[in-house]
Design a protein around this ligand. Structure first.
Ligand code: DLL
Length: 432
């Protein structure tokens, strides 16, 4: 189903015109309504007259998460509080949480982009959406909720957790779409088997999974476990929540809603644009948001972008799956390591389970990386020799991909903590 045919199939020239028009309006809007942006433009020596076309965007300075934190809680708002109808915040492990706010129009925008998202994944008004993203300050639950209402599907506001209840409701209500993190989708399948429910016999046909990085290998595991199509949904609270980009069933990248969230990909070191198709840091400008519009917001997620028309027919550009974060990249003995690289290797090795934890430490001044990997019940009860062979195999494969020596520790089934929300994959003891 196509939710917004006009926008999703808009020819590039027309899209550029729309973006340019919106950018001109945005610049006037922030200069009229925000001390923060007035100062930012002044420091950069830029006025509204300098911004005529979307390509002028690169004259403007970047904004960052620190700007939101420094202006905690409400100083980044471009509207009076009485026009704000909803406020969310990220938990944030250090310092102030990041506050995000929505006007009525922002909520309409969120509903629109999330309706597009669910439709791109293949959902229709006939679907029953079991929404197992957390409701609360996290944007996942309500974002999907608004989109499902807009689409006209039936949404079950489960929130995350309560897995036994999730599975009962899923079976009794015959849910057809599951929305949650990929790690939770995997955990639910595991729990189902424990309860003697065969997940493949569920009514699920589509999973709209995201909020954390996951590899194609993990996708295959989840698809096989549930017998459904698992598609990637991307977003972040500061831009809107979920609903920034969505993968279509072609599985060749995530369509980004560039009519409202203008994307750039830059070299994180220099801030200059990278060549089309090259990896870099995603930067987004919200073209139509009212409460907290963000200009050239540096997200820290690493992607590449493809402007070719997709075989599904859509002209919206596609970002790759998120390859990592500029700040999640582990630097181990000078080598850049992304947890997703390790996940991809693990999922190729027979006998290893997609549950793993990376423990980074520094011993006598030297960085070490231990990879704890769960193995299945059958493997664990095998002879020691076989376990050793498996661990050697994983070690060799990973070392050849990373060019870094690692330790592999096979652990018993169910010993690595399961997650109902975003999974924690790394413990970096060096940071203490
Ligand atoms: O995670 C919004 C969301 C909810 C997206 C539900 C998708 C589904 P935050 O809590 O602000 O918002 O976290 C945003 O999570 O910058 C990425 O690093 C990561 N992230 C989100 N989606 C994906 C994804 C929500 N599909 C941060 N793949 C982002 C990889 C993702 N990482």
């Amino acid at each position: 189903m196509i939710w917004n045919e006009q926008i999703e199939y808009l020819p590039p020239e027309k899209m550029e015109r729309l973006q340019s028009e919106r950018l001109r309006k945005l610049v006037k809007y922030v200069l009229n309504n925000s001390i923060f942006y007035r100062n930012l433009f002044k420091e950069a020596g830029i006025s509204a007259r300098d911004i005529k076309h979307i390509s002028d965007l690169k004259k403007l300075p970047f904004t960052r998460k620190a700007d939101l934190r420094d202006n905690y809680p409400f100083q980044m708002f471009c509207v009076p509080l009485r026009e704000v109808v909803e406020i969310h915040a990220s938990s944030g492990t250090t310092g102030n949480p990041t506050v995000v706010a929505y006007t009525k129009n922002d909520i309409k925008l969120w509903s629109e982009v999330m309706a597009r998202t669910l439709a791109i994944a293949g959902a229709t008004p006939d679907d029953i959406v079991q929404n197992a993203y957390g409701y609360g300050l996290f944007t996942g639950g309500l974002g999907v909720h608004y989109g499902a209402l807009e689409l006209g599907a039936s949404v079950i506001p489960m929130s995350s957790g309560g897995t036994k209840r999730q599975l009962k409701i899923m079976r009794d209500f015959k849910s057809t779409v599951l929305t949650c993190t990929p790690s939770y989708a995997l955990f639910m399948a595991e729990e189902a088997r424990e309860m003697d429910i065969n997940p493949r016999e569920s009514s699920l046909r589509i999973g709209v999974l995201g909020a954390e990085p996951w590899s194609d290998g993990l996708r295959r595991e989840i698809e096989a476990a549930w017998g459904m199509t698992a598609l990637d949904v991307y977003g972040l609270s500061e831009i809107i929540g979920p609903g920034v980009a969505q993968e279509c069933p072609e599985k060749t990248g995530l369509h980004i809603y560039s009519d409202v969230f203008f994307p750039e990909v830059i070299d994180p070191e220099t801030g200059e644009p990278v060549e089309e198709g090259e990896d870099g840091e995603l930067v987004i400008t919200t073209l139509t948001k009212e409460a907290i519009p963000l200009i050239r917001y540096r997200i820290g997620d690493i992607v590449n972008i493809n402007y070719e028309r997709c075989s599904c027919g859509r002209t919206l550009p596609r970002i790759s799956k998120i390859k990592g974060r500029t700040d999640d990249m582990l630097i181990i003995r000078g080598i850049n390591v992304f947890p997703s690289q390790i996940e991809s290797v693990l999922l190729e090795v027979e006998g290893a389970q997609p549950h793993y934890l990376l423990v980074v430490d520094r011993v006598k001044g030297l960085d070490t990386l231990e990879i704890q990997v769960e193995v299945g019940e059958e493997v664990f009860s095998d002879e020691i020799r076989k376990l050793q062979q498996l661990s050697e195999k994983i070690k060799k494969e990973i070392e050849s991909v990373l060019a870094l020596s690692v330790e592999v520790k096979l652990v018993e089934p169910k010993t690595i903590e399961r997650s109902m929300g975003k999974a924690k994959r790394v413990i970096d003891k060096r940071k203490k």
